[in-house]
Design a protein around this ligand. Structure first.
Ligand code: OXD
Ligand code: MN
Length: 594
């Protein structure tokens, strides 16, 4: 591989000396290389090629049953002082962590190939993009990175001889002794897994897991945890947000960025098919937004990723037809079930399945009494294949953001949609976000967890400082701050029914949001923010009983007050670091609710 980047070459040599792989391969980024890696993994039994007639160029992987999701308890922010990591992150002194991990890394790639993947987060050459180099001993990681990011020679070219890059070291942590046979999914035991971030030196070290965000280091580690640190230092934003473009019947475009905790339907919303006549929606990204203030004073966003790494179960032609069509070929499936005709299946997919091989490789029928696909089974697919991908999804300048949406999964209390009274109130809404938990993280036990800005597992520094950064960005944007909204698609009735149909019908809520952004309609002020007046939300053609709609929109002052008590306790964890402006918002909300 041709690079004259001395710092990069020195780092690769240093890692090689420490990890002692059998060989080193630089990833060029060609399809021939991708096919060759896949072929090798099919031969070793790590991958299964799916039926070419049903899903061309697509493969299924089964992970080790112990390695199926992000491991938040084993994720560390190793900055110099514990306070800078804050109470929501795990912290270890960087020198100590490096010592522990160096011991683990020493000889850890024996019997394996070490791959060097130069990758770009964001379109190559965009002023918003950043370059990383991932070293890994997992060929599964390589093929996933080839879909999720832009990789290879063109990245090295952009890097030149002196360009900045973020070193990302990954090992599955399973060296092979001479003659020892490999397993299909090598990984290390839980207590040896470390997903480590050294924000003071923009460095990522990951050991022991091969799954998703633990191993595809461009995603959560670089584009969120490290990038949030860089963004704070440099005055931009790295957020756990989808980006979409909505086009109204008059052809006017609106760009919305929305933050929801993992597995709350972000991918579904990003690829929404509006049910209201004349409205169209296009996808720019489904997970991460990098945003910067441009010369015109507005906030512009890019999607730093090049693919979707989505939760498979529940994805269907009903819930997300555009995702289903994105997966027609050239995709990787992990921990899905394998059907008798060589295709994949998961719970919630269209049509039943009578027999399959489940995610553990065992025989499965609906009578087995267990799931066929793991709840956090994933698909990896190129964004360019999405039928509603926006023509500007790779625009190096990004798209101007008109509105932010926050939300979570709340079966109680939180109404369908609320608009913040102003930017500061919106920051308060984002900071107080909470959600009922799901399967995307392995080890979060409790049911309702506060997940500020959906960044709880991804903010690479003290969350209280992150709130201060939001206020500071608001001040810089001044009159050009995007409007902020809070939505909840998941409210249920007292007798446990969904009150809102969700999916494509969410376009009705987005329409109201766009009308508010345009200043086309007034709103009703409530103690928790602005809400649609009677008749303003377009419900035409939707059969919702009036009592259900009333319940969906209900603001129960007592319940909100209780929520504030809980919020106050939560804020207390951050002590004096909580911005005064956030506390002022809490007090103001209390007064409005009194
Ligand atoms: C994801 C997550 O995988 O947020 O996107 O967990
Ligand atoms: Mn996510």
């Amino acid at each position: 591989m041709k690079t004259a980047h001395q710092r990069l070459l020195a780092w690769v040599a240093e890692v090689e000396a420490m990890c002692q792989p059998d060989s080193v391969e630089w990833i060029h980024g060609s399809s021939i290389e991708y096919d060759r890696l896949m072929q090798r993994m099919v031969e070793t039994g790590a991958a299964t090629r799916l039926n070419r007639n049903r899903r061309p160029n697509s493969y299924l992987f089964r992970s080790d049953p112990s390695d199926v999701a992000r491991v938040e308890n084993r994720t560390f922010i190793a900055c110099t002082s514990r306070e800078d990591a804050g109470p929501t992150n795990n912290w270890i002194d960087p020198a100590e962590l490096k010592k522990t991990m160096t011991a683990l890394y020493t000889g850890c790639m024996k019997g394996r190939t070490m791959y060097v993947i130069p990758f770009s987060m964001g379109p190559i050459g965009s002023p918003l993009s950043r370059i990383g180099v991932e070293i890994t001993d997992s060929p599964y990681v390589v093929v996933n990175m080839q879909i999720m990011t832009r990789v290879g020679e063109r990245v090295l070219e952009a890097l030149g001889e002196r360009g900045e890059f973020i070193p990302c070291l990954h090992s599955v942590g399973a060296p092979l002794a001479d003659g020892q046979e490999d397993v299909a999914w090598p990984c290390a035991p839980m207590e040896q897994k470390y997903i480590a971030h050294f924000p003071d030196e923009n460095l990522i070290w990951s050991y022991g897991s091969g799954y998703g965000g633990n191993a595809l280091l461009g995603k959560k580690c670089l584009a969120l945890r490290i990038a949030s640190n860089m963004a704070r230092r440099e005055g931009w934003m790295a957020e756990h947000m989808l980006i979409l473009r909505l086009i109204n019947p008059q052809g006017k475009r609106f760009h919305l960025a929305a933050a929801f905790p993992s597995a709350c339907g972000k991918t579904n919303l990003a690829m929404l098919q509006p049910t209201i006549p004349g409205w169209r929606c296009e996808c720019i990204g489904d997970d991460i937004a990098w945003m910067k203030i441009a010369a015109d004073g507005r906030l512009y966003a890019i999607n730093p990723e090049a693919g979707f790494f989505g939760v498979a179960p529940g994805t269907s032609m009903k819930s997300n037809p555009m995702a289903m069509r994105t997966l027609d070929g050239n995709s990787i499936f992990t921990n899905c079930a394998l059907t008798d005709d060589g295709d994949i299946w998961w719970e919630g997919m269209d049509g039943p399945c009578d027999h399959a091989i489940d995610w553990k490789g065992d025989d499965w029928t609906p009578e087995s009494g267990k799931v066929a696909a793991h709840p956090n089974a994933r698909f990896t697919a190129p964004a360019a294949q999405c039928p509603v991908i926006c023509e500007d999804w790779e625009n190096p300048a990004g798209v101007p953001i008109d509105g932010f949406i926050f939300g979570g999964r709340r079966t109680q209390v939180v109404p369908l949609v609320t608009e913040a009274l102003d930017f500061d109130h919106g920051v308060f809404m984002g900071a107080m976000s909470a959600s009922e938990t799901t399967a995307a993280a392995l080890d979060v036990g409790q049911k309702l967890r506060r997940d500020p800005f959906a960044m709880l597992p991804f903010c690479g520094y003290n969350m209280a400082d992150y709130w201060a950064h939001w206020f500071a960005m608001g001040d810089r944007l001044g009159a050009k701050t995007p409007k902020i909204f809070y939505v909840n698609w998941f409210r249920t009735s007292r007798d446990g029914r969904w009150l809102w149909p969700g999916f494509g019908e969410n376009s009705r809520v987005l329409k109201w949001i766009c009308q508010r952004i345009e200043g086309a309609i007034a709103a009703r002020q409530t103690p928790i923010g602005q809400m649609p007046r009677d008749g303003d939300l377009d419900l035409e053609g939707l059969d919702i009983p009036a009592e259900d709609f009333a319940e969906l929109m209900e603001v129960d002052r007592r319940a909100f007050n209780d929520d504030l008590d809980d919020a106050e306790e939560y804020l207390a964890r951050f002590g004096d670091r909580v911005p005064k402006r956030l506390r002022a918002q809490l007090e103001a909300q209390r007064k409005r609710l009194a």
